[in-house]
Design a protein around this ligand. Structure first.
Ligand code: ADP
Ligand code: MG
Length: 341
C-alpha cells in the first residue's frame, strides 16, 4: 500500500476514489453510499435515528506540533462516537467533510485516513460519503448517525432531585496530557500515557446503548468540555441543581504527583479539564450501586454527587461547601467570566 497520498497529483476525484476503495462497501442498513449524490440508509423499524456533527480545525482543536495524523484520524471519528454513545445510540455510519491544502504532506493525508478508517472498522461505523475541498488549513468535519430503540434516547433533560451522578473512567487525564504535550514534556513513559489520553480518547463505547436499553439513566452527557461545564448543561436542560463531592472524583493513578511536579492543580484539571470523553449520567436514588452498574456496563464507574432542587452546580469537600472557580474553554468568548460553577 502506498505510504503517501499526493493531493496535487491525485486531485479531488482521485482522492474520492481512494477513499471509496479504502473505505469499502458499508453494507448493513446502507443501500447506497460513496458514489451517489447522497447516501441511502434504511433504518430498522422501531428505532430513533441520532445524528451528530463535530469539527476539528487546525490551530483551534489540534496543532501539528503536538498531534500525529493517525491519532487525528482516530479522534475525528471518536468525538462523534462519544456523542452517539452519550445518547444511548449504536453507530450506523458517518460522513466526512475534508478541507485541506493541496500541498499537504502525502504521509499526513495517508496517516489521517488510516487512523480514521481503522477506527471506522473497529467501531463498526463505516464511511458512507462526504465532501472534499481545498482550503488554506486542515479542517475536518465528521457527521455520524446512529440508532436507539424508539423513545430510549438518553437526553440531558431527565435529571430529577434525588438522582445520583455517575461518571465512567477517570477525569483530568486528557487535560494533563495536553499540558505535557504543549510543554514538550510528554517524553517519560508515564507522561506519554497521558498524552495518549488527549490524542486518542477512549470513550466507554457500548455503555451508552446498554444504559439506554436497560432504561437505567434519567440523563446523560459525554465529558468533552470538562465535568463542570458538561454537567451544567444537564442541570440547565433538566431545570435542577447538583452537588459534586470533590473527594469522590476518580483520578488516574499517579495523577496528583505529576500535576504537582508541573505546578498544576489536580482537582481543577479533573473538574474543568476537557476531552476525557467519559460518560456522565444520572440514575434514580433506588438504582443499583456504582459497583453493580459498573459490571453491567463493563467499565469503571464512580458515584460523584447528587442532583438537588436548587439551581446551578455546587462543590463540597468532605461535607464542607467549596467555592469553585473552574474555568473551561469557550469558542468566540474573549471577555467576561469564563468560569462555570
Ligand atoms: P456532489 O458534487 O454531488 O456533491 P461530490 O463530487 O462532492 O458530489 O462527491 C461524490 C461522491 O463522493 C459522493 O457520494 C460523496 O458522498 C463522496 N465523497 C466526496 N468527498 C468525500 C469524502 N471526503 N469522504 C467520503 N466520501 C466523499
Ligand atoms: Mg460535494
Amino acid at each position: 500500500m502506498a505510504s503517501g497520498i499526493d493531493l496535487e497529483a491525485l486531485g479531488e476525484l482521485g482522492l474520492i476514489d481512494t477513499l471509496r476503495r479504502r473505505a469499502g462497501e458499508p453494507g448493513g442498513a446502507w443501500i447506497r453510499a460513496i458514489g451517489d449524490d447522497a447516501a441511502v440508509l434504511r433504518p430498522r423499524p422501531g428505532t430513533d435515528l441520532i445524528w451528530t456533527v463535530d469539527a476539528l480545525v487546525e490551530d483551534v482543536h489540534f496543532r501539528w506540533q503536538t498531534t500525529d495524523a493517525r491519532s487525528l484520524g482516530h479522534k475525528a471519528l471518536l468525538v462523534n462516537l462519544s456523542d452517539l454513545n452519550a445518547m444511548g445510540a449504536k453507530p450506523l455510519g458517518f460522513l466526512l467533510t475534508l478541507a485541506l491544502p493541496g500541498d499537504s504532506e502525502p504521509e499526513r493525508v495517508d496517516g489521517f485516513l488510516r487512523g480514521l478508517l481503522a477506527e471506522a472498522r473497529s467501531s463498526g461505523c463505516p464511511l458512507v460519503g462526504g465532501d472534499t475541498v481545498s482550503a488554506p488549513i486542515w479542517s475536518l468535519s465528521v457527521s455520524a448517525v446512529g440508532a436507539v430503540p424508539r423513545g430510549r434516547a438518553l437526553c440531558r433533560t431527565g435529571a430529577r432531585p434525588g438522582d445520583r451522578i455517575m461518571v465512567t473512567g477517570t477525569l483530568g487525564g486528557a487535560a494533563l496530557g495536553l499540558e505535557l504535550l504543549e510543554a514538550g514534556r510528554a517524553t517519560r513513559a508515564e507522561a506519554r500515557r497521558y498524552a495518549r489520553r488527549h490524542l486518542r480518547p477512549r470513550p466507554p463505547l457500548g455503555a451508552g446503548p446498554l444504559l439506554a436499553r436497560a432504561g437505567l439513566a434519567t440523563a446523560a452527557v459525554d465529558l468533552s468540555d470538562g465535568l463542570a461545564r458538561d454537567l451544567s448543561h444537564v442541570l440547565r436542560e433538566s431545570g435542577v441543581g447538583a452537588e459534586i463531592r470533590l473527594e469522590s472524583l476518580p483520578l488516574p493513578r499517579g495523577f496528583r504527583g505529576l500535576c504537582g511536579e508541573l505546578g498544576l492543580d489536580a482537582e481543577s484539571l479533573a473538574v474543568a479539564g476537557g476531552e476525557d470523553y467519559e460518560l456522565l449520567f444520572t440514575v434514580p436514588a433506588r438504582a443499583p450501586q456504582a459497583s453493580v452498574l459498573a459490571k453491567r456496563l463493563g467499565c469503571r464507574l464512580t458515584e460523584v454527587g447528587f442532583v438537588g432542587r436548587g439551581r446551578g452546580l455546587r462543590f463540597s469537600r468532605r461535607g464542607e461547601q467549596v467555592r469553585g472557580e473552574f474555568s473551561s474553554y469557550e469558542h468566540f468568548k474573549t471577555r467576561g467570566k469564563r468560569s462555570e460553577q
